[in-house]
Structure formats: C-alpha cells, structure tokens
Design a protein around this ligand. Structure first.
Ligand SMILES: Cc1ncc(COP(=O)(O)O)c(C=O)c1O
Length: 440
C-alpha cells in the first residue's frame, strides 16, 4: 500500500508534499512570515488574499482571548444570540448601509457565505416568483468549494473532477481584456462582455433567471480587473429583468480596493453581498451574507411558524469570531487603512507598469487596482508555456524571500493592506528580478 501523509492539504499536490515535505510557517509579524529555520518571507499574498491588518495584531488576539474567557461558545440557533455577534451585526449594518444592506446571516467561510446567498435567492423567488430559479455566474470565477458555490464558479480544473454539478447554473465570459472574445486585438474596450449577461438572460427567459453572481474584481481567476463601468452595466441589466445581483466580496471587501466593498468602488448597490477573509483578517474563520431589507421582508411574509429560513451552520455567529471581526474592523478604522490603500494604488500601478515595459517578451500584462496586482506572462511557441513561467517566477520569488501566488499564467499580488510603500516596491523589485531570469 502507498504511504500517504497524515495531513492532506487543500489544493495541494500530495506527490509534491511527499517528495519535498511542506513549507512549514511557524510565526508571523506584520507582513512577514518565518519558517522553522527562521527564514523570513514577505507575504505578498496576504495568506490567501486576507490578512488585511497584518499578522500578530495583539489587539485582535486580546479581544479573542477576553471573549473566549467570558463565553467561548454558545449557538445562535433558535433565537439565542451573544453580545459580540449582535454588536458585529449592527456594525456591519452601519458599514454597508451605503451599499443598501440591512441584515446579516453569519457562517464559517466564504463558501458557506455564498451557499447561504444562493439558498436565500432560491427561497426568495419561491416566495415571490417561483419560475425564477436559474443562476448565472462567470467563467474563471471562484466562489468556493461547496457544490452550489462551485456550480456558479467557472475555473474548469476545479469543476471537472466533480461534474455533473448543479444544472441550473449558466456562465458568461469574464471581463478579461487579455482574452476578450468580443474585440479584435488592440480595439478599445466597450464592455461588450456585460451585454452577454443580457443575451443570456433573454436566451434563458427572464422569468426563469434568479440571480447573477460576480466578484467586483475576480481574484483567484487571475485578478481580472473589469472596465470601470462594467459593474454598473451589469446592475442595469439585472434591474431590467428583475434578476438579483450577488456581489461576492470575499476578497474585495474590507479595504482591498481602498473601499469597504468592491461594489462601492464601482458605484453599484448589489442585492446581496458575501464576505469572509478580510472580515477577520484570518484571525478566525467567519463568513457573512448580507441582504437588502426587502429580501428579509419577503421571508417574514411567509405564513409559517418557526424558522422562515431553514438554514444555518453550527458556528454561525461564533462569539470569538465576532470579537475578532470587531477588533479587526476597529484597526481598519482607527489606522485609516483604507486611505493607506488608496495612497498605495498609484505607486503599485506604476511599479508594475515598469516591470511590464522592461520585459515585453515575457510579460503580456501588468496591472493593479487598490492592493490587488497581476502580472500575466506569455508563453513561447515550442518553449515554456505561460503557466509554467508563472510558476517558475513564483518559485524564484520565494527563493528570494517573497511569497506570491500564481493563478494560471498570472502572478497575483494581494499583500496585507498595512504594507509600507518600501516593502511593496521591494516585492515588485523581487518579481522584476525573477522575471529577468526567464529565457526570452
Ligand atoms: C471570491 C471568493 N469567494 C469565495 C471564496 C471561498 O472562501 P472559503 O475558502 O473561505 O470557503 C473564496 C476563496 O478564496 C474567494 O476568493
């Protein structure tokens, strides 16, 4: 029988781990993480897009400790609540009132937050208009790993091993100007990909379409930055056909674009928003699904006794998680972290542009918005593929002390939001050096 490691890591090659062992990170501080031998890395990926306030924040650890001492755990099922969950719900209502959100349902992760959103949408339309049940997502989208979230997601490799997925989901192209099926190379962008949503709704029949789900900027798909008016066009199309708009804010929320939500960055009010990751900066697993008041009101109108929404995770509204989120939000506010991100927007953008200009034969695109960056590599016919190059660059960067994450052919950057300008420019310099070692 083959030996297998005791720990089966997520999205991890067992073969690689068995051959090399995992890279064990033992401690972290600010934007830096350290392995067992004391080797230091700048984490330019924010521990999977999320350590927004940086590592080792005593304020959050202390808040969690105090909460764990007072009440480590009690369920929120069946009418119970706890003080930090109530306080966090009020805080989120204040923060996202500008986005039209009124009430929040807690869960334990981004996948669960999206699963909750899809089930809320399903039941909402069963109450209002039962013919509407189809969901539309986008190619290259990542919304999580549960079967519902995966069905509206669009990264082929993640979907294929589990097919057939749920059959009510349709997909439209991502607003990916590097691989645009709507324009000839070099033609100016007209955001025609947004109109594909309208064509798909009309093809399916507007009376059958329940919701469209999108990230303001697609993260795991390769930091796909849409044209500035794309999300507003999507909103207008959803309005025209009475289709709910779900904004997956798991990466974009809590400051990544310099605003509390990505939808706000693009000037749009969605119908539902989902959060996780930056909500606690990773200090505790927590997901949140927010909806407009009208949506919750529809549930209240149902002639049922007992729960109007028969859904919930054991750890919904975990007191320690809620305490972590409150302390995390306090740091974002008190340290003016969103303003800091807005200040770093230009320097990152400029630095990445210089990298693109210096390596025109291997870099196809270099771009950023807020503290989300992308450098897309190209392949050479008969030579290395773009994907192989991206993985080579990420490895070289790691050897040079910076952790960045390849997503297909794209090196993605998503550092802690508290990163200094000097560290940010150092990350880009290390990337530039790594790209410089590639054969043309
Ligand atoms: C946009 C987006 N939505 C949802 C998820 C799923 O979150 P989780 O891994 O916490 O289930 C992710 C995770 O990377 C994500 O990037």
């Amino acid at each position: 029988m083959a030996e297998v490691p005791a720990l089966w890591g997520p999205f991890t090659s067992l073969h690689d781990v068995m051959a090399q062992g995992p890279l064990v990170i033992e401690r972290a501080e600010g934007v830096r993480v350290y392995d067992g031998s004391g080797r230091e890395f700048i984490d330019a990926h924010g521990g999977l897009w999320l350590v927004n306030v940086g590592y080792g924040r005593e304020e959050i650890v202390e808040a969690m400790f105090q909460q764990a001492r007072a009440l480590t755990w009690f369920p929120s099922f069946g009418g119970f609540a706890n003080p930090p969950a109530l306080k966090l719900a009020e805080k989120l209502r204040d923060l996202f009132d500008e986005d039209g959100m009124a009430t929040v349902f807690f869960s334990g992760s981004g996948s669960e937050a999206n699963e909750t959103a899809l089930k809320l949408v399903r039941q909402y339309w069963r109450i209002r208009k039962p013919s509407k049940f189809k969901l539309i997502g986008r190619r290259q989208a990542y919304h999580g790993v549960t079967l519902g979230a995966l069905s509206v997601a669009g990264i082929p490799g993640n979907r294929e091993p589990f097919e057939p997925l749920l059959t009510q989901a349709r997909h439209i192209p991502a607003p990916d100007h590097m691989h645009c099926p709507f324009h000839a190379d070099g033609a100016p962008c007209t955001a025609a990909c947004a109109d594909e949503l309208e064509r798909t709704i009309l093809f399916e029949g507007p009376d059958t379409v329940a919701a469209f789900i999108m990230e303001p900027v697609q993260g795991a798909g390769g930091v796909i930055i849409p044209p500035p008016d794309y999300m507003a066009r999507v909103r207008a199309i959803c309005d025209r056909y009475d289709v709910l708009l779900i904004s997956d804010e798991v990466i974009c929320g809590f400051g990544r674009l310099g605003t509390w939500s990505g939808a706000r960055f693009y000037g749009v009010q969605p119908d539902l928003m989902t959060f996780a990751k930056g909500l606690t900066s990773g200090y505790f697993p927590l997901g949140a699904t927010m909806v407009r008041a009208e949506m919750a009101e529809a549930f209240l109108e149902q002639p049922v006794s007992g729960p109007e929404f028969r859904h919930g995770n054991t750890y919904s509204g975990h007191p320690v998680g809620a305490a972590a989120a409150l302390a995390n939000i306090a740091i974002l506010e008190n340290e003016h972290v969103l303003e800091h991100v807005r200040r770093l927007d230009d320097p990152l953008h400029e630095a990445l542009k210089v990298v693109g200009d210096r390596h025109p034969h291997v870099v196809a695109d270099a771009d950023s918005v807020g503290l989300l960056g992308r450098v897309e590599l190209c392949g050479t016919p008969g030579g290395p593929s773009a994907v192989a190059r991206a993985s080579e660059v990420a490895s070289a960067m790691r050897a040079d002390g910076v952790i960045a994450r390849p997503a297909g052919a794209v090196i993605t950057l998503s550092p802690p939001l508290i990163i200094s300008e000097a560290d940010l420019l150092h990350v880009v310099e290390v990337m530039d050096r790594a790209i410089g070692t590639l054969e043309p």
